[in-house]
Design a protein around this ligand. Sequence first.
Ligand code: PHE
Length: 452
Amino acid sequence: MNARGQVVMTQIQRSQWKNRLGFILAAAGSAVGLGNIWRFPYMVGENGGSIFIIVYLLCVLLLGLPIMIAEITLGKITQRNPVGAFKVLAGERSPWQMVGFSGVLAAFVILSYYSVVAGWCLDFIWKSLTGVFQPGHTMAEVTSIFQQLTANPRAQTFFHGLFMVMVVVIVLAGVQRGLQRWNEILMPALIFILLVLIAFSMRQSGANQGLQFILRPDPSKLTGHSLLAAMGQCFFSLSIGMGAMLTYGSYLRKQQRVPPATGWVVGMDTGIALLAGFVVFPVVFTFGQQPQQGPGLVFVTLPAAFLQMQGGTAIALAFFILLLFAALTSAISMLEVVTAYFTDEFNMTRRLAALMSGTVCFLMGTGCAYSGAYLDFLDTLASNYLLPLGALFISLFVGYKVNKELTRGEFRGTWYAGLFGVWHLCIRVIAPALVIVVFLNSIGILDKLLSK
Ligand code: PHE
């Protein structure tokens, strides 16, 4: 390793969160993002409403929470990047490090299209500032504004590039920690705006229909694919399965315990996604929209709702700025994974690693500006396959390869010490079995096996 790389590396390894709040804010910053506000509502819309939400909540409880504890603990124990963590515990040549590789790959894939969607946010901020959005705009007008954007590769590429530059600059300037601090103000502000919007939504004529859609389950809507989608959404929204939480966990101090912090992060992430659902669907039905319209859903319904309210353009502006911020703190955690990997494993400088990765992601993402199907493909690949696979192996690794006494240390002497057994059973048996069943089910193998 060259001298510079060494310095950088020790800096990364040694830097630690000042206190528990610092870690919770960073982890929540990674978790709360476009996944909650953009992806969750359209997934609910495409996969049958209420029943999807129920399955999603089960996934969060049985997979998300235990696996996030496992992933963060892995980082805390090893103090390494995702590939290094497996090398430290399983040996230099162990095939387990493939799990780390798949995480780095997932980070590349997700960041490349995530930035395109965040670019839509930037475009909407621009439109709110320049008077393109006018009070009283109808749903049809807002829809056409959004369609013009998705039909305009140049504008999308521009804002995608702008977002990527912001992410790279923040990671390079090393100001993430400062930025995460802003979460203390901005996250509550985002929740506040969502609550104001819910108050608005509930007074709309479609409120009942919207509430029925998200509260009255229709089990016939449950398919193999929607189960897979719920699982993928759970891993995507909680940022697990690719080492982002592992990397953040590697900056934890010994005395900081993982389970309660994880509980906070999972609770916040899930709460914000549910709030977004309560905002979106009443509006969807009020304006006679289709819940299953896909990735454009919130970019059409939310502005349409804002513009019916007094001071709507200002609210739209505030909302998209908050959403942009939430997207930034998530994107930073993705770039952090690849940057930590290249600096640790290839002796690269932090600067080169971040610039190179940002450029590759930018190039990979530009295809999304030309084709929505390509965006969908990248999204499905990462969320439904790479993240669940990563999560599956993290869970098996922590369950079977990591010394039980090490993980027990996270629970020992606390009020939740008695839950260690439950957690361990979850990551050894329940979570891996569920992931495998959902996989087999989604490709129809389970049906064939059962009918034999
Ligand atoms: N959880 C983030 C969101 O909801 C996305 C993300 C996925 C971030 C994977 C990091 C790792 O927007």
